[in-house]
Design a protein around this ligand. Structure first.
Ligand SMILES: [Fe+2]
Ligand SMILES: [Fe+2]
Length: 194
């Protein structure tokens, strides 16, 4: 029996054993060279890497700002378009997974249904984090022209919500891949119908 508290996106360290029986057959090391890793899976993994890359740059930019390696007047215009694209793309990506992919994967392997429910729940958690990031980022960008104390408070609030979201998202991306890629390698994309 899976303990729900152990599966919270904020604290879990990977998929539970019960959902790893295909991942055990197809470990990460074999993915890139496997003949069944088709176009859809490759494109989808590239999307995930793009989120890791841009998420990493957004996180690193914030560190640079807080450690005063970049001025507020330069950081705000740098951050705004990147963060907007990141949050929009992430929302769209989750919509496609929830409505297009997860139902097909669940039908292909009902024993993993619990895993797709877990990922769906992650998306809801991340959605709340996206809202918090958007709100605190707006407050932060508005405070760039204000006094130092207000700017510090607003940047602390943005930093907290940004770090929470990025850490949880990295966990989600890895677990999602561990659930989905082994299933694709086992059945092929044609066999699953994607
Ligand atoms: Fe996802
Ligand atoms: Fe994803």
């Amino acid at each position: 029996m899976i303990d729900p508290a152990a599966l919270a996106l904020e604290t879990r360290t990977g998929l539970p054993e019960e959902l790893r029986y295909l991942a055990a057959l197809y470990p990460r090391e074999v993915w890139s060279g496997h003949a069944n890793l088709g176009m859809t899976a490759r494109f989808w993994l590239e999307r995930h890497d793009a989120f890791r890359d841009l998420g990493g740059r957004i996180g690193a930019g914030l560190v640079d700002f807080r450690e005063e390696r970049i001025e507020a007047s330069a950081f705000g215009p740098w951050l705004a378009p990147r963060l907007q694209r990141f949050l929009n793309d992430l929302h769209g990506h989750h919509q496609i997974e929830d409505y297009q992919y997860f139902p097909v994967f669940t039908a292909a392997e009902p024993r993993l249904a619990r895993g797709f429910e877990l990922l769906d729940g992650d998306h809801q958690t991340i959605h709340h984090w996206i809202e918090a990031v958007a709100e605190t980022a707006t407050g932060f960008l508005r405070s760039l022209d204000g006094d130092r104390d207000a700017l510090r408070r607003a940047s602390d609030a943005y930093a907290t919500s940004s770090e929470t979201m990025l850490a949880g998202l990295m966990r989600h991306l890895a677990d999602e891949e561990d659930l989905i890629i082994p299933l694709i390698l086992d059945r092929t994309e044609d066999g699953i119908g994607i």
